[in-house]
Design a protein around this ligand. Structure first.
Ligand SMILES: [Zn+2]
Length: 390
């Protein structure tokens, strides 16, 4: 029997949809499908950005929709039966524009306390004096490596400025949780250095972009760490544990271990898709994504054979043309790059010319041990570190 009920209909991709999930302890969670400003075409469509209102003793909001959507967000909140002034606590899953978009407005209207990963404060600040090869040094930490074209990210500027004034009242470290409540946080860097998941009543996992239903579109880039390490909190992010696919898979493994009993995933995107609700178990979904990335590594090595290949060449072989158009052009290259980074760490590819990521396979297939270790062992730390790893 489903614990979900549709409160308001909307589009097939979840835009405008409001759902209610009732936990075993009979706490109601309202799921708001806040539409995105952009559509990335059917194949890469993320659907709505999901915000969640937990109607517990105190009203808790998880994620605040995409920027410039405050009115839409607020009208959905009212439809669900809430007044913004009554929100006592806001939890942000990570500092990306489609998840913390209306946070300045919501914080101001509600006066709510803010819970976020301790690195979030660093990611929303500006570092105009740090010259480190960032593609967008004029943008805040979270956006200094933005790959989007000018006409796209011009729209973000006023949101970024407003957001930079926010103070986290409750920076989350591994052992922090709201007192006397049913919450527990799991820090899950990888998609971004400040990603975290929230477990509620050991039943529900709010995952932001760390676990998505039916897609995993943000494998992320380890190389961004090299650019951004100086803006991160001291000693955070070394050993590739803040950025990139290796960090991300480590975080997925953490979820497999620490959310084994959780029943339902409430993700940042695609809770609702093609007119139906995706009801997934968090640990199983995390494991599935790990296996997906293993398969990608396998396919990329197969494509390369013993040829030396560039990013674009691999991408052409891996993705059909329709997935490489529009937004897909960036997304597909990014996905290839993140897997090449992982294969480079495991020693399965080399970058002979150092700069342009022309890759050559070493013929070792060590990534298999890496994944086998992750999927078999209770702790990843030993499995991830092999002789020669940095
Ligand atoms: Zn997102």
């Amino acid at each position: 029997m489903s614990r979900f009920e549709i409160i308001q209909d909307g589009k097939q991709n979840g835009d405008g949809v409001i759902l209610r999930y009732r936990t075993r302890n009979e706490t109601d969670i309202y799921c708001l499908g806040v539409p995105l400003n952009y559509s990335s075409g059917e194949d890469w469509d993320l659907g709505a950005s999901w915000s969640y209102v937990i109607a517990g003793n105190e009203l808790t909001l998880i994620d605040t929709g995409q920027f410039n959507k405050y009115d839409v967000f607020n009208s959905m909140l009212v439809k669900a039966g809430f007044n913004i002034k009554n929100i006592a606590r806001v939890i942000v899953t990570h500092g990306h524009e489609d998840h913390d978009g209306n946070l300045p407005e919501i914080s101001e209207a509600s006066g709510a306390g803010l819970w976020a990963h301790f690195a979030y404060q660093n990611m929303i600040a500006y570092y105009p004096d740090i010259v480190d090869g960032a593609r967008r040094p004029e943008f805040p930490g979270s956006c200094r490596c933005c790959m989007m074209p000018d006409d796209f990210n011009r729209n973000c500027i006023s949101y970024q400025v407003k957001r930079s004034h926010i103070r986290i009242s409750n920076p989350v470290r591994s052992n922090t949780a709201p007192p006397g409540s049913d919450f527990r946080f799991i820090l899950t860097p990888g998609h971004s250095p400040d990603s975290m998941c929230t477990v509620f009543q050991d039943e529900v996992v709010f995952s932001g972009d760390t676990l998505l239903a039916t897609i995993t579109p943000h494998p992320s880039l380890m190389l961004e760490y090299l650019v951004n390490r100086r803006i991160l909190p001291d000693s955070y992010g070394a050993d590739n544990n803040a950025y990139g696919l290796l960090a991300y898979i480590t975080s997925l493994h953490k979820l497999v271990r620490e959310c084994a009993n959780a029943e339902i995933l409430l993700p940042g995107h695609r809770l609702f898709e093609k007119g139906g609700i995706n009801q997934l178990k968090p640990a199983a979904r995390a494991e599935e994504i790990i296996r997906f990335h293993q398969e990608r590594c396998e396919n990329i090595l197969k494509i390369m054979g013993n040829k030396q290949m560039g990013l674009e060449e691999i991408s052409v072989e891996l993705f059909p043309l329709r997935l490489r158009q529009g937004m897909g052009k960036f997304m597909s290259r990014r996905e290839v790059m993140s897997h090449l980074e992982l294969l480079n760490v495991t020693g399965d590819i080399e970058w002979p010319d150092g700069k342009n990521f022309i890759s050559r396979a070493t013929g070792t297939g060590k990534y298999k041990e890496f994944f086998a270790g992750i999927l078999a062992k209770p702790s990843i730390t030993d499995a991830a570190k092999k002789p020669g790893d940095k």
